[in-house]
Design a protein around this ligand. Structure first.
Ligand SMILES: [Mg+2]
Length: 215
């Protein structure tokens, strides 16, 4: 992805899962837990629930033209996003999958010296806090925005406006960083924010360089 043209960036809003860490096994565990939740409320076998969710996701993606979040698929199937997250809190064990990476910790520490850092995630506050603590990233961010603040999952323009309002900076001064363009970046970009797609560690670590060269 080409570098953003930065006009005096003052704040950076990071997505969490898939952005500040990449872990396919934990991502699969989150998917698996969502299947278990849908299986439970629908009275389906795990396998049938998985097939139903895959088909539903494909249909919603076809209709909307954008990739669909777990929250959207869950709601479409009659699930309750709040219940889903309570289920996640009880069953998911990020500590069993994630690995602390000193390079990411140092990156955020350096960035925090020049920018206000925030997290904006479709994960819930309990798990976000656990993951941030476990990864050693808890001390460097100014604020965390989670799905349970409003129960409006990304992508959501009102929520992005709310995040910008809370940060108190104009859109062009706030860089959004995420691993899914449609979910994390499209709306911020439409509102005038610079955006940076990061889908692996190399891209995340390159962010610092991009910020330097864009000045
Ligand atoms: Mg993500």
């Amino acid at each position: 992805m080409s570098a953003f043209t930065a006009t005096r960036i003052e704040g950076i809003v990071f997505d969490l899962d898939g952005t500040l860490y990449v872990c396919d096994r934990f991502a699969a565990e989150i998917q698996n837990a969502s299947v278990s939740y849908i299986a439970g409320i629908k009275g389906l076998s795990h396998n049938d629930a998985e097939l139903l969710m895959t088909a539903t996701r494909a249909r919603l993606t076809e209709v909307s033209g954008t990739i669909q979040t777990i929250s959207a698929v869950c709601t479409e199937l009659g699930g309750n996003v709040q219940e889903l997250h309570r289920f996640f809190e009880r069953t998911l064990r990020p500590e069993a999958y994630l690995v602390r990476d000193e390079r990411v910790i140092r990156l955020l520490e350096r960035l925090a010296q020049q920018y206000s850092l925030y997290i904006y995630t479709n994960n819930n506050r309990v798990l976000t806090t656990r993951i941030m603590d476990y990864l050693g990233l808890d001390g460097v961010v100014h604020g965390i925005f989670t799905i349970d603040d409003t129960w409006r999952g990304k992508p959501d323009e009102e929520m992005v406006q709310g995040v910008l309002g809370r940060i108190g900076l104009s859109p062009h001064a706030v860089l959004f960083v995420g691993d899914r363009y449609d979910v994390d970046l499209r709306i911020p970009e439409q509102l005038g924010c610079p955006v940076y797609l990061s889908q692996n560690l190399e891209q995340l670590l390159r962010l610092e360089e991009e910020l330097l060269t864009s000045r």
